[in-house]
Design a protein around this ligand. Structure first.
Ligand code: ZN
Length: 122
């Protein structure tokens, strides 16, 4: 995989339970979502990499007043450290704290068709 990762390819992979990222060959930074260029050094030679499906919670928050038109209340959003990348997603059940282990549990699709991974506590 060397062609630049598109958002559609990233989303298809999420729906298959696989998380893809991009590694910068110039500075080594790994991104968890597709970018046109490395946000750190501007390199456009980003390489697609597979991210691990298990990681630890980097930070979390509970959404009590979601943006319209989401009607669900009290769901937890986590940023998960997966290898060298960080990926944001929803927690599917329970609650986690920073540093807890989680793994990819599926995905959610919003009203505009954007997908995001979901995570579950280990
Ligand atoms: Zn870079």
């Amino acid at each position: 995989m060397s062609d630049r990762l598109t958002h559609a390819e990233w989303s298809d992979a999420v729906e298959d339970g696989d998380l893809l990222g991009q590694e910068c060959p110039d500075c080594g930074k790994v991104q968890g979502t597709p970018k046109a260029a490395c946000p750190d050094c501007g390199s456009r030679g980003l390489e697609t990499v597979e991210l691990p499906s298990e990681g630890t919670v980097y930070t979390e928050t509970t959404i009590h007043v979601p943006p319209a038109p989401i009607e669900e209340r009290g769901y937890q959003v986590v940023v998960v450290q997966l290898g060298d990348a960080r990926v944001m997603g929803r927690l599917t059940d329970g609650e986690v704290d920073i540093g807890d282990s989680v793994s990819v549990s599926g995905f959610v699709e919003d009203h505009e068709g954007y997908v995001a991974p979901t995570f579950a506590a280990e």
